[in-house]
Design a protein around this ligand. Structure first.
Ligand code: 13P
Ligand code: SF4
Length: 341
């Protein structure tokens, strides 16, 4: 639940002071909370005035989580976007996620506050490249990760997220799959299926997430020597060697569920460090170790941006898609919901 007005600097500091893992933007002093509190109150008031709902991904700056109506992973956020009755959706995340909300709500206004709202995966492939691949792989079912543009989803058969990718690829009747754009996730899915003696013919695009591809097992080995009973929790966008050294692998929300139900003296989360920040906010008694790897796109969302889009959005803050792209991309996303049932 978001905070309610009036939010004082003391209250804000009390909530945010436990955050220790995070870059400079995620470390909170009392002075910083004095600057943030008026903005927090402004966002909460504007939200009510404009009848807007704020959806936020766990990776954004922690103060934004305190004004959001819902915080989640990309699957949960797309579900929330489908269910909301608010006329305006402010999507504090990255553009491809806001596009997904627009595809599911073509008549609603969808605003994206972040000014650097790309994604190294979504930006790695275009619709035209998918059309060329489909000619090259005519017998394949094209599965796209949700981290793709609307234009790319419009060219694919089924969308997946990190929470359901293995389950859906397993359920697709076709043996021939083309997965895009994350090559590390594709390899991880292939490994998971092989553990169950399922051998699908999976071809993939050469994309990576620049945040997750940086992790390697060395840090895991080192931290295991420093913290007895360390639990290593990884996102499937990491390299297979990282996953092989992990205690649990899942989407950002699945990682949170694992941490919440596991008692351990320390957790190392191999994903964008906003997830550790969020957990330090919500579960201050747990210990999180490791470094901070930030997604510059997610972290480009600020409270000032939320105020701007709620007051007078710039034209590029307002997601606009052609009805043809919307309809074709919707089919691809609805296939994911159908498989998810
Ligand atoms: P989730 O689907 O786990 O939220 O991940 C999205 C993402 O962008 C990971 O880098
Ligand atoms: Fe994209 Fe990686 Fe940022 Fe997620 S963390 S939004 S995959 S660049």
């Amino acid at each position: 639940m978001p905070l309610s007005v009036p939010v004082t600097p003391d209250l804000l500091f009390d909530r945010l002071k436990h955050i220790k893992l995070g870059g400079a933007t995620c470390l909170y002093t009392h002075e910083k909370c004095e600057e943030l509190a008026p903005l927090v109150n402004q966002v909460l008031e504007l939200k009510k005035e404009k009848e807007a709902v704020v959806l936020a991904h766990s990776y954004v700056n922690p103060e934004l989580l305190l004004v959001a109506d819902f915080v989640g992973d990309s699957y949960e956020l797309s579900r929330k976007a489908q269910q909301t009755s608010a006329p305006t959706i402010v999507f504090a995340a990255v553009k491809f996620m806001a596009e997904t909300a627009k595809i599911l709500n073509p008549t609603k206004r969808v605003l994206v506050p972040g000014k650097m709202n790309g994604c190294s995966l979504a930006d790695s492939i275009t619709g035209e490249q998918v059309r060329a691949l489909r000619k090259q792989y005519p017998d394949h079912t094209f599965v796209c990760y949700i981290n793709t543009t609307a234009e790319v989803k419009a060219e694919c058969d089924v969308c997946v997220t990190s929470s359901n990718v293995t389950r859906i690829i397993e359920a697709i009747p076709n043996q021939n799959i083309y997965f895009l754009p994350d090559k590390l996730m594709a390899k991880n899915v292939q490994n998971e299926l092989q553990k169950k003696n399922i051998y699908k013919n999976i071809a993939w695009w050469d994309g990576t997430c620049y945040v997750h591809e940086d992790y390697d097992p060395d840090m895991i080995r080192y931290l295991r020597t420093q913290f007895q009973d360390l639990k290593v929790v990884s996102h499937p966008e990491c390299h297979e060697s990282v996953l092989a050294h992990s205690d649990y692998v899942g989407s950002t929300s699945q990682m949170i569920d694992y941490v919440n139900k596991t008692s351990s003296n320390a957790f190392f989360l191999l994903t964008e460090c906003g997830l550790s920040s969020r957990l330090q906010l919500e579960s201050p008694s747990k210990t999180f170790v490791g470094g901070c790897t930030m997604c510059r796109y997610m972290k480009s969302n600020t409270l000032q941006d939320l105020v701007r889009v709620l007051q007078v959005p710039d034209p590029e803050d307002d997601i606009s898609l052609s009805s043809d792209i919307c309809q074709r991309a919707l089919k691809c996303i609805e296939e994911m919901f159908r498989y998810g049932k």
